[in-house]
Each structure stands twice: as C-alpha cells, then as structure tokens.
Design a protein around this ligand. Structure first.
Ligand SMILES: Nc1nc2c(c(=O)[nH]1)N[C@H]1C(S)=C(S)[C@@H](COP(=O)(O)OP(=O)(O)OC[C@H]3O[C@@H](n4cnc5c(=O)[nH]c(N)nc54)[C@H](O)[C@@H]3O)O[C@H]1N2
Ligand SMILES: Nc1nc2c(c(=O)[nH]1)N[C@H]1C(S)=C(S)[C@@H](COP(=O)(O)OP(=O)(O)OC[C@H]3O[C@@H](n4cnc5c(=O)[nH]c(N)nc54)[C@H](O)[C@@H]3O)O[C@H]1N2
Ligand code: SF4
Ligand SMILES: [Mo]
Length: 685
C-alpha cells in the first residue's frame, strides 16, 4: 500500500511516498519537482527499511541494575524516571532538572511537548542544540530583518552558496540549484572545500575556515564603494547605512584577502556578479555555524541580501509567511519565576517565541561547574551529545557526574549507554506529528504514521504524555490522542488533521505575497532592516557587525598549534549518514566504513603521509585516529576530518579534539568546526 508522510531521517524533512506491506516499510521515495531521471537519490531514504527494521533497534525500555542495563516494562521505566525527577526536585529544586534535545527532535512539535512538560514541572531548562546549528543563524536574521529568509534559488539568476553542501545534506535544495543553473543562473560558492557545488560554480572562493565575517564585510565595502547597492531600497527600508559604510571601510579587500586566503580580484568579480545580477539569493548553511563569530558573520551576510535589494523578491531571499499556530509551551510563566541556566546569553535565549533555549554549552557548565546553579538530573531526547557536543571528554565527565540520566532514543547510542534509564523511541515513519519545517513558510504537511511502532517503542509525544501522568502533571496534557493535540496547535490556522490526511501534498495557510515590507514594514523594532541594531547596542554588542574589529581569534588552538599544525575542519557530512546516526546500518556503513582525514598532497608529503596510513590527530583537548586520504578538494594547510563516526568508533569522534571554552559572546557557539591540530602518522597502510 502507498502512503504519504515526511521523512525525518535528517533535518531536510522531505515529503515522501512509502510502500508498506504487512506493517513493514518496503521502500520510500522522495517527492521532487524534477522529472524522475533528473532527481537526486538519497541513500539514507533508500535504506529506510533497513534502518527502521534494524536488529539493533531498542524494542523495550531498559533500567540500570547492578551496573548493567536490563529490560524493563514501560510502567517500571516511567515510574523509575518520574521518581528520580521528583526526588531531584525535592532535594535541589525543580530547576536542577534539565531536558536536552538533539537534532532529531527539532522542527518537531514533540519538542514543544517536552518543553511544556519541563515548564509544568517547574524547570525552565528545556535546552536545544541550536547554538551549533540553525538557531544561532536564525537569530542573526531576526535581528536584521525580523525573520529568517528562504532563498528562492529555483527562480534565481545568481545563487551565492555560502558554507552549504546541499548535494550531501539537502537534496531538494540541490535540485533547486541544478534547475536554476540549467536555466542559466550564475553560481558562486564560498567554501574552503571543493564541494560538488564548488566544482560546478562560475566562481569558487576557497575561504580559509572561520573567516566568513571578513569576507562578508569586505563584500559590503566593495558594494557600497562601487555603488553596486540598491539605493532606493536602502534609503527607504534600512537604518544605519552611513555607520555601516564607515565600519566596512576597515575591510578593504586588499587588506583582508591574505587572511582569508583569497585572491582579491576574484572576490571583486564575485561581489560584482552577485550585486549586479537580479534577482540573486544567498543559500547559507552550517559552514557559518560553529564559529566564534557566528552571529556577527551571519549578520554581515544578511546585510548583503538587504543592500543588494534582494529581500522578499521572487528569485531572491523570501521573508517567510509562517503558519499561524498556538504556542503550547508555558514559557511566559516560567522564565519570570526561574532564571534558566542560559541566562548569561539573554539576547539569544529570549529572541524567539518558539525556539526556546539553545545555548547548549551552558548545560555542561551547570553540571560540572554548578554555574549559575547545579543541574543534577537530565533527560536527553533525540540526541547523542557524548559524540556531537564540543569537547567530548568534558561532556563525558558531565554525564558521569549527573545523579540521574534518562535517554529517549531508538538505538543504544554511546550516550544511552551511560544512562540509568533508556526509553525506546519510534523512528519518524512510526508516528504522527506536526513537522514545523514546512510551517515556517505557509505549508502544513502531516508527518503521518505509516507503520505501527516497532517492538514496544513509543512515539516521542506519547512518552512525554505518559511521563507527565507519572509526574502528576496530567492536567497539562489533557489530549487523548496526538491528533487532538495537533488540533489545538493548528487551531489558529483553521487546518485540521482530517483535512491534512485528505490533502497529502499539504495545505497552504495563506496567499504568497512578495515585498511585504512595502505594506507591513519589517518585524524589527524600527520596522526597517537594521543594518545598525539599537537592540544589540543596548545589549552590549556591536550594533554594526565587526564595528569594533574582527578580533584576533577566529579558530581554536591557533596560539598552541598554529605554527606546526594543520587547520582541522569537521566534515564531510556524507549523504550516507546523519551525524552519529546510521553508521550501524550495513548498507550505508559499507559505502564509507572508516573515518577518513582528507589532506592536501604537500601537507601529506611534509609529514611522510601516504593514502591509507593511520593518523593520530591531537589538540590540547584530546586525540583521535583516522585513515589518511590525499584529496584535491582540500586546501593546503587544512585537514578535513570525517564527521559523525564517534558513535560507531569511539576513537574517531571529531569532538574529541574540539574546544568548548571559547564561545561566541551572543549565541554561546563554540568553534567546533575549525581548530588547529597536530597530525602524525602512526602506522603505514
Ligand atoms: N547527509 C546528511 N544530511 C544532513 C545532516 C547530516 O549529518 N548528514 N545534518 C543535517 C543538519 S542538522 C544540518 S545543520 C545540515 C547542515 O548542512 P550544511 O549546511 O550543508 O552543512 P555542512 O555540510 O556541515 O557544511 C556545509 C559546507 O560548509 C563548509 N565549511 C566548513 N567550514 C567553513 C567555513 O569556515 N566557512 C565556510 N564558508 N564554509 C565552511 C563545508 O566544507 C561544507 O561544504 O545538514 C542536515 N542534513
Ligand atoms: N564538531 C562538530 N560538532 C557538531 C557538528 C559538526 O559538524 N561538527 N554538527 C552539529 C550539528 S549542526 C548538530 S544539529 C548536532 C547534532 O547532534 P545530535 O542531535 O546529537 O545528532 P545525531 O547523532 O543525529 O543524534 C540524533 C539522535 O536521535 C535519535 N533519533 C532519531 N530519530 C528519533 C526520534 O524520532 N525520536 C527520538 N527520541 N530519537 C530519535 C538517533 O538515534 C540519534 O541517536 O551536532 C553538532 N555537533
Ligand atoms: S534528505 Fe534523505 S534522509 Fe534527509 S529528510 Fe530527505 S529523504 Fe530523509
Ligand atoms: Mo544541525
């Protein structure tokens, strides 16, 4: 039987059609606007049946007894968890209990339920991982023009891809770029790695990692000095142009090119092409995340969109039209009563009504250093922080120090192996939930249950509702089914679950409108695009990006290892895996069985390294081993370290090397993406 749902095996949230036989997933196909022979294939989706029906799935809850995890009934496991959380509240107060969600729960309403549960329990500390991902960038957009733009690449004439690798990480976005390219659109790529997109670009700017703020400010300067900006739009709809122009003068391309490792003339060409082709859009990605100046660098990129007049135009950068929905968190009440552990990052913590708290490194501070106060019990939902959070050794100490750890996951991850209770969660095809990714802009799609839960696993929503009952909080979860809860959330849109099941392509909530600012202004305090932000200045941050200079430190361990070391980069996200996930799936693992370190032939020769040698790579935080591969995609001086292998191979986790001490002052982002490291050969192939 053919059914429709949304795949959530990675954060791309693709609408898919699946074949189901006898309650087993048989195959799954991504829906695409391209004809079949031009569509990109997602290997993870192709392996969905193997992932879902894997022998490694957790089929029952587990409780730790005499040091070992033993099978348990749901009732016992939930009672055990509830008792631990209630005892902790009794002893140390409700705020000493925290909930951490990983990326498999973002864009998902189940995360709203977990936050609601924590708030009802009395703790403000429902924490997400957005400081290393999308939310830090979303804040920069928000502070510039009131919303995070969506690049309309498919209809664009010039696409500037900035730190995004869509062929591997988001096939629908890659298809949009391919389509535009076939229609003659220009393509510019800013990426230290020669990705597939970089190979097909008109201009590739192989920037040195962590220098994006320099490049964006240099481009702003070039655009203003050469009059390549949109005078009408800038005059009518922005504030702070003169101050921006003054600040940008410090970023003259002749003086910045060398630090970025770029050719000044090429930057000039790229800037001119981007600024003078209309409409143009910027597709930005995780390459801008995990930097010590993530916030300001992203804001500078946002300003490029504004001064070139591409905001909210067809083929430009669209200001989304979110679907109206009820916010079911209880946050307003809780933050007034209880300061969250992320309070040192107030601008980031409270900038958005839905996103909640994302300065995730604060959680580790609170466990280990008991600052601003101790966290004693933790529930981890849909994340594997032991592998994915910066500085794994520090993370491991923190997890070991907790009085209580519960993990909600479909698999026994390394994080789950440290837990007192493990609750088996369903994967995306086994549950119905609202998927908020499409709801950011107009469309409601139902992620619908297409097979029933594997083993005794339960959907996240049900685990939260059941735990609420055990905690005496049933009154906050009066809904008898997830459909009823979704009905409450969607009420303001007038869209119902019933209607969504009938309209499997989704339901649009409103008519698409361009250039909404002409009528409505922008959703910022001034109603304009804030090149200068008084809100930031009032919060003690530069009102114009890099107004006080670029700063001397942009990557970790430069002082310690900058001379002898190579610049380590966390990558590549291959399209076989999602972070630490699916390395346990044979069909995918055999495509890429071992973590590889890709490096330039000259760096390899200097160190006597050949293809296939075993390398030891170290920083002051720790060391790992990977297999050397000489690659023409990597610049001299850099080494690209395979990402996400730390669950399958504890010795190959990139975060063994990363630092969590230095952070972006606005978003608490550590530099987990780029860091100097020492590279040695330990064994010949
Ligand atoms: N297959 C797969 N798909 C995924 C995921 C996955 O793990 N696997 N993860 C999902 C998630 S949570 C996310 S956030 C997205 C991320 O998806 P993307 O945004 O595409 O992120 P990455 O592939 O990590 O990095 C994008 C590019 O940034 C480049 N880069 C690295 N450092 C820098 C830098 O300093 N400056 C610039 N300009 N570029 C740099 C990298 O070389 C890479 O080509 O993918 C999602 N989709
Ligand atoms: N050095 C470095 N660090 C990074 C990154 C990097 O590129 N370099 N990337 C960063 C980014 S962008 C992100 S988003 C984070 C990702 O960090 P995590 O969220 O920790 O990443 P995953 O390894 O994908 O872990 C997701 C977990 O959720 C489980 N899961 C899957 N589906 C479900 C579900 O429906 N319900 C539940 N309860 N569990 C489910 C999976 O089995 C898996 O264990 O890592 C960040 N850390
Ligand atoms: S890219 Fe693949 S794994 Fe990710 S949501 Fe889309 S179909 Fe699923
Ligand atoms: Mo992410």
């Amino acid at each position: 039987m053919t059914k429709n749902t949304v795949c959530r095996l990675c954060s791309s949230c693709c609408p898919v059609e699946v074949e189901v036989e006898n309650n087993r997933l048989v195959s799954a196909t991504r829906k695409s606007f391209l004809p079949g022979n031009k569509q990109l294939v997602c290997p993870k989706l192709a392996s969905a049946p193997e992932i879902v029906h894997s022998k490694k799935r957790l089929l029952t809850p587990f409780i730790r007894k005499d040091g070992a995890l033993v099978e348990s009934s749901w009732d016992n496991a939930l009672n055990f968890t509830a008792k631990a959380l209630l005892d902790t509240r009794e002893k140390y107060g409700a705020s000493s209990v925290a909930w951490l969600r990983g990326m498999a729960a973002d864009w998902g309403a189940p995360w709203d339920y977990a936050a609601r549960l924590m708030h009802a329990f009395g703790s403000p500390n429902a924490i997400g991982n957005g400081s290393v991902c999308h939310v830090a960038r979303e804040m920069a957009h928000n502070f510039t023009y009131g919303a995070m733009t969506l690049p309309l690449a498919k209809d664009s004439r010039c696409i500037l891809v900035w730190g995004k690798n869509d062929f591997n990480t988001c096939p629908p976005a890659a298809e949009a770029i391919l389509h535009a390219r076939q229609n003659g659109a220009h393509l510019i790529v800013v990426d230290p790695i020669k990705t597939r997109l970089a190979r097909m670009a008109d201009i590739w700017l192989p920037i040195k990692p962590g220098q994006d703020g320099l490049l964006a400010m240099s481009m702003i300067n070039l655009i203003l000095e050469n009059n390549w900006f949109d005078r009408d739009f800038t005059q009518n709809f922005t504030i702070g142009l003169d101050r921006l122009a003054r600040a940008a003068k410090a970023f003259d391309i002749e003086s910045t090119a060398q630090s970025m490792g770029l050719d000044a003339e090429k930057v000039r060409q790229a800037t001119r092409l981007y600024a003078t082709t209309k409409p143009a859009c910027i597709v930005e990605g995780n390459g801008l995340d995990m930097q010590l100046a993530t916030f300001q660098a992203t804001r500078a990129v946002c300003i490029l969109r504004a001064i070139t007049g591409n905001l909210d135009k067809a083929g430009g950068d669209f200001i989304p039209q979110p679907v109206p929905a009820n916010n079911i968190r209880l946050a307003e009440n809780i933050y007034e009563k209880e300061k969250p552990i992320t309070a040192a990052y107030p601008l980031f913590s409270f900038f958005h009504p839905n996103w909640g708290l994302h300065a995730q490194s604060c959680l580790i501070d609170a466990i280990l250093d008991e600052k601003p106060y101790p966290i004693k019990a933790l529930v981890v939902q849909a994340g594997n922080p032991l592998v994915t959070m910066a500085d794994s050794n520090r993370m491991e100490k923190a997890l070991a120090k907790l009085d209580f750890l519960a993990v909600i996951d479909p698999f026994l991850t390394r994080t789950a192996q440290m837990a007192a209770v493990v609750l088996p969660a369903c994967l995306c095809f086994e549950k119905t939930q609202l998927n908020r990714a499409s709801m950011r802009n107009n469309l409601v799609l139902l992620q619908d249950e297409v097979i029933s839960p594997v083993g005794q696993s339960r959907p996240d929503w049900q685990i939260v509702f059941d735990l609420a009952k055990k905690l005496g909080l049933a009154e906050f979860f009066p809904w008898k089914s997830v459909e009823e809860a979704i009905g409450v959330q969607l009420a303001p849109s007038g869209i119902t679950v019933e209607a969504l099941r009938k309209n499997q392509q989704g339901i649009a909530a409103q008519k698409v409108r361009f250039e909404k600012h002409c009528q409505d202004g922008f959703a910022t305090p001034s109603g304009k695009v804030e090149l200068f932000s008084q809100r930031l200045a009032d919060g003690g941050q530069p009102g114009i990006p890099f107004e006080n200079g670029f700063g001397s430190q942009s990557v970790s361990f430069e002082d310690e290892l900058g001379r002898e070391g190579l610049l380590g980069m966390s990558g590549d996200r291959t399209n076989y895996f999602t972070h630490s996930q699916f390395h346990n799936v044979d069909a995918l693992a055999k495509r890429c069985p071992k973590a590889q370190a890709n490096l330039h032939k000259e760096d390899a020769a200097e160190r006597g390294i050949k293809d296939g040698d075993l390398l030891k790579i170290s920083t002051p935080r720790g060391e790992l081993t990977m297999i050397a591969q000489i690659s023409d995609a990597v610049q001299k001086g850099c080494i690209q370290l395979g990402w996400g292998f730390g669950d399958a191979d504890p010795k190959a986790g990139v975060n063994l090397l990363t630092d969590d001490d230095l952070r972006d002052p606005v978003t608490c982002t550590p530099s987990a993406r780029s860091f100097y490291c020492k590279v040695e050969r330990v064994e010949e192939r």
